[in-house]
Design a protein around this ligand. Sequence first.
Ligand code: GLU
Length: 509
Amino acid sequence: MEKKVRVRFAPSPTGPLHIGGVRTALYNYLFAKKHNGDFLLRVEDTDQTRYVKGAEDYILEALKWCGITPTEGVGVGGDFGPYRQSERKAEGTYKKYVNQLLASGNAYYAFDTPEELDAMRERLKIAGGHSQQYDAASRNSMSNSLTLSEDEVQNRIAAGEKYVVRAKIPQGEEVKFKDLIRGWVSVDSSNLDDKVLFKSDGMPTYHMANVVDDYLMKITHVIRGEEWLPSGPLHVLLYKFLGWEAVMPEFAHLPLILKPNGNGKLSKRDGDAGGFPVFPIEWNSPEGEIASGYRESGYFPEAHINMLAFLGWNPGTEQELFSLEELVNEFSLERVGKSGAKFDPDKTKWFNEQYLRAKSNEELAQLVKPTAGDVSDELLAGVCGLMKERVSFSSEILEKGKYLFEAPTVYDAKTVKKKWKDDSPQIVAELIEVFSNTEFKNEVLETAFKTYVEEKELGFGKPMIAIRLSITGEGGGPSLFEIMELIGKEESINRLKAGIENIKKETVA
Ligand code: GLU
């Protein structure tokens, strides 16, 4: 029988979740759902020096907004939450396996002070070695359980001296694993250092806690960002040291999300410079800094997810719009690319526009209603219908469609200067006559207008722009006759009259 797929998203609460992290969570979620598997959320909070207050809540809220719901965690109902390594540590979960590594000789105690470590690096630098790391070549000249007597080691620990436990990385061994995205990854173990696995404060480091939890939680696939690829060989060795090779998860390291110009990893600074967020929701740092989020910028979560799905994956067809459910059906790691995915701010907006246009006028009306003031639902829906093709965000509907609620008080200077001719007031006056006797329906208005223009042997441009200016104050916009139908006869005629009065070419500089 095939093993049940179990994947995890394992963020460290060191700050807000970058959209790269959201994409990792999304791909894990899609993969789990596609295979009827489990999707766990595990907060990796063992590094207390990097812990940032509010970061965990932020991560949970961001995932919730995106609709990426974990299927497994701790607690039930309202108390349901992620696994937390800080809590698992209290249960002694990791210490047991650290002891196993010590007993089997795959790990050792080290007592070196920061000054001694600095001195070691300095020494190795002067000696001209290829690296200055704690490894098979240097460990023999340091204070550790490989160089000190057993009594001495026990005495130091009993005296409360600070120590770490390091992995004893073998020399000259080929460590390899098959990455589902990159194929075989292989390194010479001589290039790896003796990473710290555990500290005397009782905390495991990322590597130890991560591997132990993946094992205990029966994770079948580790899907994570490319920045963790260098950790892969150490993790593979730990599986081997602990005798867990047979149940080692498969690895898939996702490509980086690159700056719009493709030069390097997308950062917050790129977002600030380009005017786009790199975080799913707004982040308020404990120091009072605010970083903008997709949610607050007016993006729909569906559009955000759709955009993220395409940063590294493609369906192999022309289709670009996918609901979360469709993504679940289509997603596969085989279609995730190896090379970095360039972030495209315009395409990101494009996705939002598509989702905006797909919403019904009534649905959009409900969305903008809280800021619309005293306006009927019907008028609001009409406004949304007219404006949705011309905006990127629902918040722009009221802003850009202001003239649909109130008569213009200013008229676009450039248009007036270029398009408001000496006979424009006359034309508008004649059209007032025409429209006064016309039913205010889009097509009827259009026919009446055309008949007038043909009778007078005028081109379409001049009369059209004259009424558009009078009615909206602007030189462009949605279909004029639809606007007139929406605001109605009385309002339209009043605005046309006001146009004749108020649009003055000579006052325009
Ligand atoms: N805690 C790591 C992070 O912050 C997890 C890496 C992994 O998925 O193994 O991304």
